[in-house]
Design a protein around this ligand. Sequence first.
Ligand code: ADP
Ligand code: MG
Length: 462
Amino acid sequence: SGRWARAMGIVKEFEEKCGTPEGKLKQVADALTVEMHAGLASEGGSKLKMLISYVDSLPTGNEKGVFYALDLGGTNFRVLRVELGGREEGIIHQEFAEASIPPALMCGNSDALFDYIAEKLASFIDEEEQRFHQPAGRQRELGFTFSFPVMQTSINSGTLIRWTKGFSIDDAVGQDIVAELTEALRRKGVEMRVAALVNDTIGTLAGGRYTNNDVAVAVILGTGTNAAYVERAQAIPKWHGPLPQSGEMVINMEWGNFRSSHLPLTEYDHALDVESLNPGEQIFEKLTSGMYLGEILRRVLLKMAVEASFFGDVVPPKLEIPFVLRTPDMSAIHNDSSSDLRVVGSKLKDILEISNTSLKTRRVIVELCNIVATRGARLAAAGVLGVLKKMGRDSLTEGGEKTVIAMDGGLYEHYTEYRECLESTLNELIGEEAAATIVVEHSNDGSGIGAALLAASNSLYL
Ligand code: ADP
Ligand code: MG
C-alpha cells in the first residue's frame, strides 16, 4: 500500500544518510587525528579539548593501603573502597555502594548535589569495619572520578568547563569541583582528603594498566562517550610546565565533542541536537553513546508514524515523548531472536502502548535499531583508529609491541550487536597484520579501582 511504501522510503533514506563505508570512516579517523594535534597545540585550538590530566605516571602495582573512590558521571554514582596489597598481594579487598542521582539534583544547584554525595559517602564510611580505619593522624584519601569536561589545574583540582549527559547545574560551572566536594564533606563531617581528580577514561586507563602493562588507550561507551590515551609530553606544545620524569602525560580527549563534516548526520540528529540541553556540542557523543541511540530511533519512528501512518491512523501519543525509548530497550529489541519477534512486540506495547504489531512491522523496527547501532559502533571504531594513528600504533610497529585498548561503559558492556560491530570494524580498518597487535579489552569497572590507585600514587603519606 501507499503507506507502507512511504514508510519504507523513510527507512531507506535514513539508511543511506547513516552510511559509514570504510573510506568515510578513514576520513573521520584522519579528521580526529588532525583535531588531536590542534587541541594539543593550543588551548581552545580545537573542539577537542585534549585536556592535560596531570597524570604522568600510571599505576605500577606497588600501591599499598586502603583508598577510596567516588565515581560521578552519569545516572548512578558509586562509592568504592579498595585495599591494595602491593605487588605480591594485589587487590586484597574491594567493596562498593551505588546510588542513583535523583533527577531533580541533576538540574538543581551545586551544594544540593554535593551534599547528597557527601551523605552517601558518610554512611558508607560509618558502616565500615574497624580493620579499614586509618592509622592515627592519617586522613582517608579519595580518588574522585568526575566524568565531565574539567580544566585540570593540578592532580587534585580543576574547574568544570560545562555539563554534559543531561546534567545542568549552572552555579557549578567554572567552580573547582574538588573544592565543591571538599566543602560538602566538611559540612557533613566526613574526614577525607581528595587526592586525585580524574575522569572515568583516566580511571579506566589507570585500572587497565594495573592489570595489563600494554594498556595505552581507554574508551568509555556508556551514557556518554570519551577517550584517554598516553601521549609523549614532548608532543604537547600547549604544556608549559616542567617535563614529567616519565616523559609521558595522559590526555583526556573529551572526544564526545568531536565534530567533522565527514560525520554522517541526518535530519533526526540535527533535530535531536537543537532540542538538547547542549545544542551544537557533543556531536560525536550524540551519534555514538547510550543516552542518545534510543532517542534517535524514536525520532525516526515518530516521523514514520506521522508521515506514513506506520502504526495506524493515530500517532501513538507515547512516541512523542522525548527519550521515552531508552537504549537498553532498543538493544533488547535489536537482540530479539525469537521467530515472532515477541520481545519487540512486548517492548512496543509496554513502552509505547502500541499493540498488535505485525511481524513485518517488527522486522522494520529491528532493522532501524541495526542502522542506528551500526552507525554509532562504526564511528566509535573510527575514533579508536584516529587515536591509534596519533600514537603511531595503527600499523605494525618495528618492535611489534602490543597496544591494548581498555573499554568500559554500559553500552559497550551490554549492547552485544554494538560491541561486536565496533570490534569487527576496528579489525576491518586496521587490517589483518596490525590487528594482531591491537587488543580490545573489557576493563570491568576499572575506573573506580583506577581512581583509588591514583589516590594511592598521589597520597600525602608516601
Ligand atoms: P555512566 O555512563 O552513566 O557512568 P554506565 O557505564 O553504567 O554508566 O552506562 C550506562 C549507560 O549504558 C546507560 O545510560 C545506557 O545508555 C547504556 N546501557 C545500559 N544497559 C544497556 C543495555 N542493556 N543495552 C544498551 N545500552 C545499555
Ligand atoms: Mg561511568
